[in-house]
Design a protein around this ligand. Structure first.
Ligand SMILES: Cc1ncc(COP(=O)(O)O)c(C=O)c1O
Length: 384
C-alpha cells in the first residue's frame, strides 16, 4: 500500500516570498528590501532579563498558558494603552510567536467545510493553516478601496458556512491602517452575524499618526473575538518567539489545550524577557516609530517621484506600490529588478493573487540602504 500524507498538507506550496528569497542568495550585491523584521536591537533591559533568567536556571517548563506574571503584564499593557481588560488567569495564552497563536486559534475553531473571510492582499501565514483544517478561504478584495475592507463587500460574502473573519491592521503587506469610522462600519456588520473575529494586531504599536483602534475595544464583539499579538515587531524580538492570544475564557480554555498539545509552553527565558519588555519598555515602539516615519516619508516621496501609484502607509514598515502600468507580472518584475536593477523587493503575488501588480518594499532598513535602493529602482524604471 502506498504511504500517503495529509491531503491538505500535500497541497501546500512553498511561499512565494521564499521562492524569491532563494533567488536572492545569488545576488550578494543587491540592495535587499524584502525583510519583515525590525532592524533595531532588542532593548538592552529585555536582553538582560533573558540572560538573568538563564543564569538563575529559570529554564524549565512554565504553566502551559505562560508565566502568570507575563500574562499579567500583557493584560496590564493593553489596559494602559487601549483601555480594555482581559483576565490574566483565563483569557490570555502565551504562544510561540503570534504564528503559533494564529495556528492554535484556527485549529480550535475550524472544521472541514467552514469558510473564513480574509481581506486581501494579505500576509501568507493564515491561508495554509485554514487549508490544513479542511476549511475554505473566501477573499475580500481591498485593492480598489485603498486596501481597507469595504463593509458592504464584507456583508455580501457572509454565508451560512462562514465561521470566521480575520483582520490584520496595520497590514502586512500594505502598511495600511483602519481609522475609527471604518472600524465602526465594519463592527456594525459583524454585530449582525454569529462569526468568530480574529484580529492580528501584531503591528498595532507601529501606528504612525492617530491612535490604533483595536477590535478588542468593541465590547459587543468581546465574546467571539480573538486578539493575536506579540513582541516580535513592537520590541524587535522576532527570534525570542513570544506571542499571545487574548479571547473569551470559554473558548480560550480550548485554545490552551490546542497550544499545550502542540508546544507545552513558550520558551521560558523569553517569557522572562517579555515581562520586562511589556512592563519597563513601553515606549520602545514609539521610539522606533520616529525612525520608521522618516523612512516611510522618504520612500513614499521617492516612489511618487518615480510616478508610481502608491497608498501612503500609516503603520508597520511596508509600502506596496502598484507596478501595473508596466504590464509585467509581479514575479517577473521583481526578478528583473533583482537581476538588472540590483534591488530585491517582494512580488505582490506572494500575498495572494490580489497582490498581483504590486511590489512589497520593506523600510525596516537604515536610511543609506533605502537611499541606495531607491536610486537603483529609479534608474531601473527609467530603462524599463
Ligand atoms: C501580520 C503578521 N502576523 C504574524 C506574524 C508572525 O509573527 P511572530 O514572529 O510573532 O510569529 C507576522 C510576521 O511577519 C506578520 O507579518
Amino acid at each position: 500500500m502506498k504511504l500517503t500524507i495529509n491531503e491538505h498538507v500535500e497541497m501546500l506550496q512553498v511561499p512565494g516570498i521564499r521562492q524569491f528569497s532563494n533567488k536572492l542568495i545569488h545576488f550578494p550585491d543587491a540592495v535587499n528590501l524584502t525583510i519583515g523584521q525590525p532592524d533595531f536591537s532588542t532593548p538592552e533591559a529585555v536582553k538582560l532579563a533573558g540572560i538573568k533568567a538563564i543564569e538563575n536556571n529559570q529554564t524549565g517548563y512554565s504553566h502551559n498558558a505562560g508565566l502568570l506574571e507575563l500574562r499579567q503584564a500583557v493584560s496590564s499593557f493593553f489596559n494602559w494603552k487601549y483601555g480594555f481588560s482581559y483576565e490574566a488567569e483565563n483569557e490570555i495564552v502565551i504562544t510561540n510567536g503570534a504564528s503559533e497563536g494564529i495556528d492554535s486559534v484556527f485549529r480550535t475553531i475550524l472544521s472541514p467545510g467552514d469558510e473564513v473571510i480574509l481581506p486581501t492582499p494579505l500576509y501568507l501565514g493564515y491561508e495554509p493553516i485554514i487549508n490544513i483544517c479542511g476549511a475554505k478561504v473566501v477573499y475580500l478584495d481591498t485593492t480598489d478601496t485603498e486596501f481597507r475592507p469595504s463593509p458592504e463587500r464584507l456583508e455580501s460574502l457572509i454565508t451560512s458556512k462562514t465561521k470566521a473573519i480575520l483582520f490584520n491592521f496595520p497590514s502586512n503587506p500594505t502598511g495600511v491602517t483602519i481609522e475609527k469610522e471604518r472600524m465602526n462600519e465594519l463592527v456594525a456588520v459583524l454585530e449582525k452575524y454569529q462569526l468568530f473575529i480574529i484580529s492580528d494586531e501584531i503591528y498595532s504599536e507601529n501606528t504612525f499618526s492617530g491612535e490604533h483602534v483595536s477590535f478588542a475595544q468593541y465590547e459587543v464583539l468581546r465574546n467571539r473575538l480573538f486578539l493575536i499579538h506579540g513582541l516580535s515587531k513592537s520590541h524587535s524580538m522576532t527570534g525570542w518567539r513570544i506571542g499571545y492570544v487574548l479571547g473569551p475564557a470559554n473558548f480560550m480554555e480550548t485554545v490552551l489545550k490546542v497550544h499545550l498539545y502542540n508546544s507545552v509552553c513558550a520558551s521560558v527565558p523569553s517569557q522572562h524577557a517579555g515581562i520586562v519588555a511589556l512592563n519597563e519598555c513601553r515606549h520602545t515602539p514609539t521610539e522606533m516609530n520616529v525612525e520608521y516615519m522618516k523612512r516611510r516619508d522618504f520612500v513614499y516621496d521617492r516612489l511618487r517621484g518615480m510616478g508610481l501609484d502608491v497608498v501612503k502607509p500609516n503603520g508597520a514598515f511596508y509600502i506596496f506600490p502598484s507596478i501595473k502600468k508596466y504590464g509585467i507580472d509581479s514575479f517577473s518584475f521583481a526578478t528583473k529588478l533583482l537581476e538588472e536593477g540590483g534591488v530585491a523587493a517582494v512580488p505582490g503575488s506572494a500575498f495572494t493573487e490580489y497582490g498581483e501588480g504590486y511590489l512589497r518594499i520593506s523600510y525596516a532598513y537604515a536610511m543609506p540602504v533605502l537611499e541606495k535602493g531607491m536610486d537603483r529602482l529609479e534608474k531601473f524604471l527609467q530603462r524599463l
